[in-house]
Design a protein around this ligand. Structure first.
Ligand code: GRF
Length: 224
């Protein structure tokens, strides 16, 4: 399955996908990695892996829509089956989101629909939550608001600060993204008007990644 990855920063999620493919766990081809920041370490990582890259600068366009249209014209030219937002930190215009509905996924460090937006770890701590996690979802118009495909959960321990939570969650995010992209590559997941379907069956709740790195259906605990 052909992928385009969009990333704004460090690129650890991208690195996890590249490593998984190199290890033979992920049947994908990286058509390109694009960024809104020319200095994103994610672009350097992609270059090292021999993946074509390009950066698009918002200031070179009259507005956000023109910027999005330019970047996604480049994406569309490659005809990817899936677009992965891996730490892509810009809101994407509705027109572009609609045109790519069901073909674009995002990784977000919270148990959506809780804590859409930024500073999720701080907000989890402030609320006194005992459980935190990450979600991979189809991108919809609402920020971090599309149908959730899969999640991973993690306990909040006494004494945790935001940094500790982020550090403990990140490797789980990597596994979650890898396993979700794998499901997409195996053409097992699809969005429907009613939510996410797995192998033609509508999910009542997001899939769960467990501690053995298995993806489970939440309702019956069946391994996917
Ligand atoms: C991750 O925490 C991801 O969930 C969020 O941004 C961060 C990106 O990290 N959307 P990286 O650039 O993949 O290392």
């Amino acid at each position: 399955m052909k992928l385009v990855v969009l990333a704004s920063g460090r690129g650890s999620n991208l690195a996890a996908l590249i490593d998984a493919r190199a290890a033979g766990r992920l049947p994908v081809e990286f058509a390109a990695v694009f960024s809104d920041r020319a200095d994103a370490p994610a672009l350097a990582l992609a270059c090292q892996a021999g993946i074509p890259t390009a950066a698009f600068a918002l200031r070179e366009y009259p507005d956000r829509l023109a910027f999005d249209r330019a970047m996604f014209a480049a994406v569309d030219a490659l005809q990817p089956a899936l677009i992965v937002l891996a730490g892509y930190m810009r809101i994407i215009s509705d027109e572009i989101v609609d045109a790519h509905a069901g073909r674009m996924i995002n990784i977000h460090p919270s148990l959506l629909p809780a804590y859409q937006g930024l500073r999720t770890h701080e907000r989890v701590l402030r609320a006194g939550d005992r459980v935190h996690g990450a979600s991979v979802h189809f991108v919809g118009r609402e920020l971090d608001g599309g149908p959730v495909i899969a999640q991973v959960r993690m306990a909040v321990e006494p004494g945790d600060d935001a940094q500790a939570l982020a550090a403990r969650l990140l490797p789980l995010e990597h596994l979650l993204l890898e396993r979700t992209v794998e499901l997409a590559a195996r053409r097992l997941i699809e969005p429907t008007a009613f939510g996410v379907a797995l192998d033609g069956r509508l999910l009542d709740a997001p899939l769960q990644l467990d501690a053995q790195n298995r993806i489970l259906r939440t309702t019956d605990g069946d391994v996917v």
